[in-house]
Design a protein around this ligand. Sequence first.
Ligand SMILES: CC(C)(COP(=O)(O)OP(=O)(O)OC[C@H]1O[C@@H](n2cnc3c(N)ncnc32)[C@H](O)[C@@H]1OP(=O)(O)O)[C@@H](O)C(=O)NCCC(=O)NCCS
Length: 208
Amino acid sequence: VACTGTRCTVIAEATFPLTTRRLLLRPVAVGDERALYALYSDRDVARWLSRLPAPYTRSSARRFVADAADDLARGAGCVLAMLERETDAFVGVVSLRIPALELDPWTADAGLGILGYSVVPRRWGSGFASEGAARVIAFAFDDLGLARLRATVLRANGASRRVVERLGFAIAEAGVREVPRHGGPPRLGDVYVLERHAWLRRGVLPAR
Ligand SMILES: CC(C)(COP(=O)(O)OP(=O)(O)OC[C@H]1O[C@@H](n2cnc3c(N)ncnc32)[C@H](O)[C@@H]1OP(=O)(O)O)[C@@H](O)C(=O)NCCC(=O)NCCS
């Protein structure tokens, strides 16, 4: 796929890691496969995600890393490992996808990004998802010039709702049915959107 357009060039050539006070964010790599397998094969994590293969195996993790590298090279997105700077420990993943640049795009809106995140359960409640996502939001709007970000959150996912709401997202479409990609019944969710102009107006995010 030809990499045309400035945005595409920027994401493929962006400089990583991104850093925050406690975290270093860099593209997932082969050395993360164990940690990714542990994260996404955990039922408490997987139950909230609609795009994961089920069951999630070691080869799912291997494919995940390979696909992430392809997407990054194509400028279609970045999947970043969140590492705690103090300990170098893997604490989760934060991702940004640009669906218009995917191989099989469902939208032509090249200004739209999709935000995703997961944290290893034993580190929940420490603000890592909020901190990592806030950095990726700044990257999306300031560096890539995206116009809006979107995240679909299942209605029952209280922790994730709290994260997007704190970051300034608002419900754009309530009560959507999320069909898990790899089977199972549809589930009730809400589409949250953060517009660039709203984010700029809001200024610096409140510290936790
Ligand atoms: C959602 C998730 C990423 C949050 O990670 P985290 O690092 O614990 O998030 P943070 O600490 O930044 O913020 C979580 C907030 O939710 C709150 N929270 C936790 N459980 C909650 C619940 N059941 N209901 C309501 N709020 C809840 C926390 O108290 C915290 O809010 P606070 O800072 O005001 O106290 C993590 O729970 C996870 O990995 N879940 C599984 C994967 C997932 O759901 N990904 C998102 C899909 S849309």
